[in-house]
Design a protein around this ligand. Structure first.
Ligand code: TXE
Length: 485
């Protein structure tokens, strides 16, 4: 590998890289070849302790700054991320296997957007004055304290920033644990924040798997936990956080519906379905993996879909012409291939793909099943790979009921040229992040998060402030106190 992927040390704690080789060794595998590209160590108890102690100390110092000064640090970090976009994108591609044609545009750049947005908001975070007749009250917006971020492996830079930026803007410190599958990128985020002027210890990165995450969540010095991951892990982390009555944000999985009506613009609908199933090789939580297509447009849709999938450039993620890369890991490829076998067994019609590619790395061909029915496992469970399930429908009420018949509620999309119908249908779908004639846009200005089992709370937008701060209310009596005795 011609890129420098071995970090200076495994962790970034108290403003510097930190190693403790007593921790279990972790290998970082390049998904496009299977080669080991870095060796790290899991955080030991000593590393976790140092991270928490330094976070608490830094948080007090940081919260005492004027909010505009905090914002300036975040905006400087955003500028540094943009200046280094190419190097950060290459690292993201090494860590995840996602092609550079994606990472150059959506990873460090969306991380920078979050730093810029919340950096700009920092100075505007205030309480309010409340008139109470002769008396009055006011509120003070206070940080929560030390926040723990637990990352998934599909967007390691973005997740580190989406959690870190609002946390820091509100005056908190963060201890971030990346996914053990993609541990490299968050270290760069920590480095950049430190260089931009964040005090040592404000944003720490510690490595490890669930054990390290659980140790952080269970620590009494932690005030808030924000997880991006699967529903089973979300359940465990939410329960552990409840024990200490900690605040939580849960960004979990989904099995989202994408509804395509007969009157939809065909090319746009096919484009939306491709974005919602094959971007990042399908490893996106908000993907619209249940594609409900109205009967009148079904054959034309499938034909155009297969033609356009035929134009995918599958290959070396570092070649900028490539637009479809491997699965993140051998394990994930195994999970996806298991679902594909199940789809075949259940009698869904394989329209294209359906196999792992004969080449190095963990590639699975873009796969489409048609004639899928609601009860099939491939229509019910999150696959987290490039597998689209196409289901037929006839009318609006029917498709809404079927689309909502899932424990998940992360996203939903609709394609139609009847805008009144578009809004009406979205209004009735049970999902947090929705799209009309589009799919999978996630600008920092809009809240992102799920309904039902897909999560708790929202990331991004002004509402994220509510999840990283709390209000102190103060009653001020202007006259004498009247007591009963
Ligand atoms: O995620 P996990 P994994 C789905 C996808 C995938 C499956 C498993 O279907 O196949 O999840 O992926 C940490 N206490 N998504 O194993 O297990 C863990 O170390 C504290 C959807 O990567 O949910 C990691 O940092 N922390 C998802 C993070 O939690 C714990 C994106 C997520 O791990 C912990 C990725 C514990 N007990 C996978 N156990 C999405 N919604 O986007 C684990 N962790």
């Amino acid at each position: 590998m011609r890129y420098d992927t071995q970090p200076k040390a495994s962790h970034f704690v108290d403003g510097a890289y930190l190693e403790d080789s007593a921790g279990r060794e972790m290998e970082v595998i390049y998904p496009a070849s299977g080669a080991v590209i870095a060796r790290l160590h899991e955080a030991t108890d000593a590393v976790i302790e140092k991270a928490l102690v330094s976070a608490r100390r830094a948080q007090a110092e940081w919260a005492a700054l004027k909010p505009v000064e905090r914002g300036r640090v975040l905006r400087r970090a955003a500028d540094l991320m943009r200046e280094r976009n190419r190097a950060l994108s290459e690292l993201e591609s090494c860590d995840t296997g996602k092609p550079l044609s994606e990472t150059l545009y959506v990873d460090a750049t969306s991380g920078a957007d979050a730093l810029e947005y919340f950096g700009g908001l920092a100075g505007a975070l205030t309480g309010e004055h409340v008139p109470l007749g002769a008396d009055w009250g006011y509120t003070i917006r206070e940080p929560l304290g030390v926040c723990v971020g637990l990352g998934a492996w599909n967007y390691p830079t973005q997740i580190a920033c989406w959690k870190g930026a609002p946390a820091l803007a509100c005056g908190n410190a963060m201890v971030f644990k990346p996914s053990e599958t993609t541990p490299l990128c968050a270290l760069k985020v920590a480095e950049i924040l430190h260089e931009a002027g964040a005090p040592a210890g404000l944003y720490n990165v510690v490595q490890g798997a669930g054990r390290v995450g659980a140790a952080l969540v269970g620590d009494a010095r932690v005030d808030k936990v924000s997880l991006t991951g699967s529903v089973p892990t979300g359940r465990k982390v939410y329960a552990a956080a409840a024990d200490g009555m900690k605040h939580v944000t849960m960004e979990l999985g989904g099995k989202s519906p994408l509804v395509i009506f007969d009157d939809a613009d065909l090319e746009n609908a096919v484009g939306g379905a491709i974005l919602g199933n094959f971007y990042s090789s399908g490893q996106v939580c908000s993907n619209g993996t249940r594609v409900f297509v109205q009967k009148g447009i079904k054959e034309a849709f499938l034909q155009r879909l297969v033609e356009r999938i035929g134009q995918a450039k599958i290959g070396d993620p570092m070649d900028e012409a490539t637009n479809f890369g491997p699965m993140v890991s051998e394990a994930q490829r195994g999970i996806v291939m298991g679902y594909i076998a199940q789809g075949k067994d259940e009698g869904a019609r394989l329209v294209c793909g359906g196999e792992a590619l004969e080449r190095d790395g963990f590639y699975v061909a873009p796969t489409v099943f048609a004639d899928v029915t609601d009860d099939m496992v491939i229509a019910r469970e999150e696959i987290f790979g490039p597998v689209m399930a196409v289901l037929d429908f006839e009318d609006e009420d029917e498709v809404i009921a079927r689309a909502n018949d899932t424990p998940y509620g992360l996203s939903a999309g609709v394609f139609t040229s009847d805008l009144a119908r578009g809004h009406r249908v979205i209004g009735r779908l049970q999902a947090g992040s929705c799209f009309i004639n589009s799919y999978n846009d996630a600008p920092v200005e809009l809240p992102f998060g799920g309904a039902k089992m897909s999560g708790v709370g929202r990331e991004n937008a002004k509402v994220a402030i509510e999840h990283y701060s709390q209000l102190k209310s103060v009653y001020v009596r202007m006259g004498d106190v009247e007591a009963p005795f």
